[in-house]
Every structure is written in structure tokens, then in C-alpha cells.
Ligand binder design. Structure first.
Ligand code: ADP
Ligand code: MG
Length: 732
């Protein structure tokens, strides 16, 4: 047998000790930090005072950069980049395909007289024109101008990859529709900045002039040996295994979590960290995750826009460096059945330009009122827009993970911990209107004053909640590992912006009726707490009881992507986006459609790959083995008497008929699957089509898989063509 599986397995023993994969880490990683970034420090060195100030203003205050300044910046960027051996530049952007995109152009420009120079101007820095028609646009192409352009985003620093200068950019159509993840994110960040700054300035601290959302993501992933990966068509084409019997040893022993990291993986991690340092991605922690061959990496949190870029960039670099170490990286949310999937936790907070974290309780009651304001408003926002938040993390791959007993369910709830829950219950008792002096004292001393300065209590952590308060930030735990962080961050910041605006209006109205500022705030917060109670849940989010309880509370449990995406188009959400200037109605619909189409395409591909593997790999292997058994039985019949034969061939005969049973289950299963798939493919309307794939096609995978996994346990290991789970998960 010379199937890919055996070739791959034969290569493995030589992998671990390849010299070229040993990585030396410099003693001081800090010296590498931002080496390949056009950072503030580099800019100070390369730019005139005027240009430097202008960029800083653009970053910090959002002011526009003048054309002559852009020219200066471009020249400085080029000089800096060329000093590091760079020859090309590209606008680096994040279209809705989910991958990052680049179009490399050379600095090299021929001029008259057979000469050439290296040129990079402000115009080239500001704008580039990739062909927009090859990126998803949800039908915008039909109604609007097809062409699009990328535009420089000065709030995220340029960086060098290889010999290319990468300029973080947004991607928009000529008629102004956003075609990427970043443009709406930037709008959302502005909206929440405006709303939160207004609240801070008016009620808590006059010195605040800017509020920046912060994001600290944690990235989970699997590593699989490249040769083993390539031996599995399902991994190559869909990023996950579509069949495979679970290994005898899984994660039951919990011996992988925080265990020692295997040598080959360690070398990959070291190289990755060096690259991250150079690119200014402040990674600090690395460890094994729960499942075998699963790992996690997390940086220090950063301003949300930069953090989003850094996550996308990191996913690119991870894949590249993994390859150098003969690994393939899997970002799929659930690559293996029966083994924990991967998520991407998004830790979110709001920071002021005066250096404060608005979700961190302070030393005195005044700071605590500020904390409570932002804390309660966040809960209210999540309560009111839970379905929108759910939709922002919906994808075919994340459907496998949510609610699978290792990740939060699709029900959006919030965990805040018993201490804060107690505080909110006290606040709920605040009387309507003016407060008596006793009440004020009571509130200040015994309610607000009782919030401990440090709430970080690891024992109190609830890992089963999709939205958990963890002392000074909220952790959104339901995000899929392959997702672009921008989408959930856009929603989180938009809903916070909208909520803070409403809060400001309501408090001002109460102040207008003669209430003192604090009284007005307490009154409004009290109502919000009452209204948001239904999403607060402190128990086990993985339990069935919670699903029942949530239903009673009227919370949605949108288990599948088509359900979540249908909800997304609710009038309330469309109105929200229009009010805050994030998307037009048409633009929002287009995005919804892109997601639906992507969902259908993913299931369609999975169905085809599964049918192919089952028919062309599994059935032939099973029949091959069955033939051997038949030969064996025939031989026994020749040699032995009828009576002896009956005893001796009993097991073989039963195996032969079991194989036939499973083979026909696969055959019938595949026929049904392909018929259902054709029907789904011909269904018109993106929503209907996605539902058809979800409800009529996807469920048919199970029967085929069940029969194939049963055969895997029967057929001679040497004849089995598919690399097994134990090989994928336990070879290092
Ligand atoms: P766990 O794995 O238990 O969830 P970690 O300590 O690994 O917790 O991760 C905490 C994460 O929270 C880190 O990614 C960190 O960057 C992030 N974080 C810490 N403070 C903030 C903040 N103010 N805003 C956003 N993210 C934060
Ligand atoms: Mg976490």
C-alpha cells in the first residue's frame, strides 16, 4: 500500500530533529519590538515636526491629513522601508472573504532616458485600486458602481513583511459602500468614542477628550503535521475532518492542558514570537489548550483597531511559520468531532485618554459611579441587542462549536459574578425621583462604596458564559477561532455607543426636571438593571437546565447561522446602523447576503467532499477488506469439514455482512445527500437556500459518517486510506 497516509506516517520520525527548524531566541526580545513597524518612534525620526504632528493628530483626533503631508509621509516610509531591503508596497486590507488581501506594486519606476528611480508618493500612499469585482459584495455590484479602492488608515501603523511595505487600509466601492471588515469598525469606534466621551465629560471627568475601545484577543488553534494534513482531502478542502473515529485516548486525562510544549511546537512558537515582536504584536502568553495538539496565544490588549489588525496579521504569520516547521495550522472552530473546538475570546473594555479603564472599579465612590455607569450600560446594550451580537459571530463552522459542551451556547447571557450581582440588586431598590440624605449616604457608603477596588477573582470565573465580566473588562467567549475580530467588535462598539447616547439623553432629561446629577444617574441605572435582568445568569451555561430557563426568560437560542442571520435583518438593527452611520440599509442587507451565501457554499463543499471520500476512498477500502475475508472464508470451506467450517468462519461471515450493511448505508446516504444538495443548490433566495442546506443537507452527513466510522473499526489498519484521529492528534 502506498497511500498518502502511509507515506506521511513514514516521514514523521525525521521531523522533530531537523536542524533548520531549531530557533535561537535573543536574550532580549524587547530589542526586536517594532523593528518592522513604522512606529511612532520611527516616524519621529523620519518625519518633519509638522508631518509627525499631523499624523499624531490623525491617530488621536481623527483629523484629515493634508496632501502635501501625505507626500512627506510617503517619502519617509519609503526611505525607512528601503533601508530594510524593501522593494514593493501594498495596501493591506481585510475584504469579506475572511482572508487578508494584498496587491503588491513596485517602488521601481522607469523614467525617460533609460533610467529608473524608486518612487512612492502621497497619492500612492493614500489610495490603491485592486479589482473590486473579485471580492464578495453581496450584489452591490449590480446596483452600484462595481469598482472599489483601498484607502490608507493612518490609525494603524504600516509594517514590513518580507520585502513588502504593508499599509493598513480600508476597502470601499466608488459609491461609498464598505466592502471590508475595517471601514465599519472604524465608524463604530468613532461612534462609541463620541458617546462615551460625552458621558465622561458631562458627568465624571472634564479632562477626558477621547475614549478608545480596547481589545485583547486570545487565539486558539490546532497544529497538524503537514504531510498528515495533506493526506486528508477533507482537511485540505474544508479545514475540518468530515469523518474519523475518535481515538481511544482523547482529552480525558487532561494531560495536555498547560502541559509541557513539544519540542517541534516550541520551535515554531519561538519563531512566531520573534516575528510578532518585530511586527509590534505584543504577545505575552502561550500554552497548550485542553485538546491534544491544541494551543493558545494571547497578546497584551491594545486599542481595538490595531488589535483587530494584529489578529488578522498574526493568523497570516502563524500559517506561514507553521509551514516552515512542517505543521499546518487549523483555525476551524471544530476540526475534530468529539474533541474540543477552538474559539477566539475577545476581551473588551473602554479606555480614556486620561489613562483610565472605564470598566475598572475605582478607589472612591465617585469613580465607582463612573464604573457602574459603563458597566450597567454595557449590560443593557447586550440585553437589547443580544440577537445582533449573536449574528456577528455566526458562521457554518462556529455552529459546530457553540453549545457543544466546551463553548457557550448560542443563548446570549452575561455573567457578572456574585459580588456585582449583589451590588446591582441593591441599586434596584433606589427610590424613584429625589433621594433622601440617608439614602444617598447609604448608597455611597454601602452600595457603591462597597465595590472592591480589585474584582479580579479567578475562582469566581464562569467559563461557560458567552459574555463574562472578568474584573475590569468583558470577555466575549463565543467568537469563533477563524473569525475576523472586526465584526463582533463593530457590533459591540455600536451597541455601546447607542446605549450611551440614550443614557445621556435620559439622565439629562431627569436633571432637567430638577434632580441632582447622581440622583438622575441612579434612577436611570436602576431602570436599566431591571430591564436587563433576563440576560444575567450566574449558573452553568452548558447545562440543559439553562436552555429551559432561558426560554422561560424569553431569550433566543439561535442555534444555527441561518436562524441568526434571519434575525439580523430586524428593523431595529437596521435602524441602529442607519442612526449611527455605520451601514445604509442596502449595505447591511448586502453583508447579510454575503454571509448567507458563504454559509451555503461551505455546506455545499462539505457535502461534495464527504460524498467523494465516502464513495471513492471508504467504500473501496471496505470492499477490498471484505474480499480478503471472502477469500479466507472460501479457503476455510475448502480445508475443513462443514461442521468445523461453521464454527471457524462464524466471525468472518458476520464481519462480511456487517461490512455490506455499512457499505450500503454509505451508498444510500451519499445518494440522498447528493440529491438534497442539488435541491438546495437550486433553491432561490439566499435565506431560503441557507435554510435548505442547514435543515435538509447537513443532517444527512451523520448517517454516512456513522457507517464510515464503524468501518474504520472493522477494516484492516493497513488498508484504511484515511489518516486516523490518533495520528492527526498525537503525532508531534
Ligand atoms: P483567560 O485565558 O483566563 O481568559 P488571560 O489572562 O489569558 O485570561 O487573558 C486575558 C486577556 O484579557 C488578555 O488577552 C488581555 O490582553 C486582555 N485584557 C486585559 N485587560 C484588558 C482591557 N482593559 N481591555 C481589553 N482586554 C484586556
Ligand atoms: Mg479567555
Amino acid at each position: 500500500m502506498s497511500t498518502l497516509r502511509f507515506k506521511a506516517l513514514a516521514e514523521l520520525p525525521f521531523r522533530n530533529y531537523r536542524k533548520d527548524n531549531f530557533i535561537e531566541v535573543p536574550a532580549k526580545l524587547s530589542e526586536l519590538f517594532c523593528q518592522n513597524v513604522f512606529s511612532e518612534e520611527t516616524m519621529r525620526e523620519y518625519l518633519t515636526k509638522e508631518a509627525f504632528q499631523s499624523i499624531l493628530d490623525a491617530i488621536k483626533k481623527g483629523t484629515k491629513i493634508q496632501r502635501h503631508i501625505a507626500d512627506q509621509v510617503a517619502v519617509a516610509m519609503k526611505d525607512w522601508a528601503m533601508s530594510k531591503g524593501v522593494t514593493h508596497y501594498t495596501h493591506w486590507f481585510q475584504p469579506l472573504t475572511g482572508a487578508t488581501a494584498e496587491k503588491h506594486d513596485s517602488f521601481f519606476t522607469p523614467i525617460e532616458g533609460g533610467r529608473a528611480i524608486e518612487r512612492f508618493s502621497g497619492g500612492m500612499l493614500i489610495q490603491q485600486e485592486p479589482d473590486a469585482s473579485s471580492f464578495p459584495n453581496g450584489g452591490i455590484r449590480n446596483t452600484f458602481e462595481a469598482r472599489g479602492y483601498t484607502a490608507w488608515d493612518p490609525t494603524s501603523p504600516a509594517f514590513i513583511m518580507g520585502t513588502t511595505l504593508c499599509i493598513p487600509s480600508i476597502f470601499i466601492s466608488y459609491t461609498g459602500e464598505t466592502l471590508d471588515y475595517k471601514a465599519p469598525l472604524l465608524r463604530a469606534l468613532n461612534a462609541v468614542d463620541e458617546a462615551a466621551t460625552d458621558v465622561c465629560k458631562s458627568y465624571f471627568d472634564k479632562n477626558v477628550t477621547k475614549v478608545s475601545p480596547t481589545l485583547g484577543w486570545e487565539q486558539e488553534y490546532f497544529l497538524v503535521d503537514t504531510a498528515l494534513y495533506q493526506s486528508r482531502p477533507d482537511l485540505v478542502l474544508t479545514g475540518k475532518t468530515l469523518l474519523g473515529h475518535s481515538p481511544a485516548k482523547g482529552q480525558q486525562l487532561d494531560d495536555h492542558y498547560f502541559g509541557s510544549i513539544p519540542t517541534r511546537v516550541m520551535n515554531y512558537m519561538k519563531e512566531l514570537e520573534i516575528e510578532c515582536m518585530k511586527l509590534g504584536i505584543p504577545v505575552t502568553t502561550r500554552h497548550n489548550e485542553v485538546a491534544p495538539n491544541q494551543f493558545e496565544l494571547a497578546p497584551m490588549f491594545e486599542e481595538a483597531n490595531v488589535a483587530v489588525d494584529h489578529n488578522s496579521l498574526l493568523m497570516d504569520i502563524m500559517a506561514r511559520i507553521a509551514h516552515k516547521h512542517h505543521f499546518h495550522i487549523l483555525f476551524h472552530e471544530k476540526p475534530f468531532a468529539g474533541v474540543n473546538g477552538s474559539g477566539k475570546h475577545n476581551n473588551w473594555s473602554l479606555g480614556t485618554d486620561t489613562g483610565e479603564n472605564l470598566l475598572s472599579p475605582g478607589k472612591n465612590p465617585k469613580k465607582n459611579l463612573q464604573f457602574l455607569t459603563f458597566f450597567v450600560n454595557t449590560l443593557k446594550a447586550v440585553h437589547d441587542y443580544a440577537d445582533l451580537l449573536r449574528a456577528s459571530i455566526a458562521s457554518a463552522s462556529n455552529d459546530h462549536r457553540l453549545g457543544a459542551n466546551e463553548a457557550p451556547p448560542a443563548i446570549i447571557s452575561a455573567f457578572i459574578g456574585s459580588q456585582l450581582f449583589g451590588v446591582l440588586e441593591e441599586l434596584e431598590k433606589v427610590t424613584d425621583g429625589k433621594l433622601s440624605p440617608e439614602e444617598k449616604t447609604e448608597l455611597k457608603l454601602n452600595v457603591v462604596g462597597k465595590i472592591p477596588e480589585i474584582l479580579l477573582d479567578n475562582t469566581d470565573r464562569n467559563r461557560t458564559s458567552p459574555f463574562a465580566f472578568t474584573g475590569n473588562k468583558f470577555e466575549i467567549r463565543a467568537v469563533g477561532s477563524s473569525a475576523n475580530c472586526a465584526e463582533v467588535m463593530t457590533v459591540m462598539n455600536v451597541i455601546a455607543a447607542k446605549q450611551l447616547r440614550t443614557f445621556k439623553t435620559e439622565v439629562d432629561a431627569l436633571i432637567g426636571t430638577g434632580l441632582k446629577k447622581d440622583e438622575a444617574i441612579f434612577n436611570v441605572l436602576r431602570e436599566y438593571i431591571k430591564q436587563s435582568k433576563s440576560i444575567m445568569f450566574e449558573g452553568d451555561g452548558y447545562s440543559d437546565d439553562w436552555a429551559k430557563e432561558a426560554k422561560k426568560r424569553g431569550l433566543n437560542n439561535l442555534k444555527t447561522t441561518p436562524e441568526a442571520l434571519k434575525m439580523e435583518l430586524d428593523k431595529k438593527f437596521v435602524a441602529l446602523y442607519e442612526e449611527l452611520g455605520i451601514y445604509s440599509h442596502r449595505e447591511f442587507e448586502a453583508r447579510n447576503e454575503i454571509k448567507l451565501e458563504k454559509y451555503s457554499t461551505v455546506i455545499d463543499i462539505e457535502a461534495r467532499v464527504l460524498a467523494d471520500i465516502a464513495r471513492n476512498h471508504i467504500i473501496p477500502a471496505a470492499l477490498n477488506y471484505q474480499n480478503r475475508l471472502i477469500e479466507n472464508v472460501k479457503g476455510l470451506k475448502e480445508i475443513f469439514s462443514e461442521k468445523e467450517f461453521k464454527t471457524l468462519a462464524k466471525e468472518q461471515l458476520s464481519l462480511i455482512s456487517d461490512i455490506s450493511g455499512n457499505v450500503s448505508q454509505i451508498k444510500v446516504g451519499v445518494d440522498n445527500l447528493l440529491a438534497a444538495k442539488e435541491k438546495a443548490k437550486n433553491t432561490s433566495g439566499s435565506q431560503k437556500q441557507a435554510e435548505e442546506y442547514c435543515n435538509k443537507v447537513k443532517p444527512l452527513f451523520d448517517n454516512i459518517r456513522e457507517a464510515s466510522d464503524a468501518l474504520e473499526m472493522m477494516v484492516d489498519d493497513e488498508l484504511w486510506p484515511m489518516t486516523k484521529y490518533r495520528e492527526l492528534l498525537f503525532t508531534r
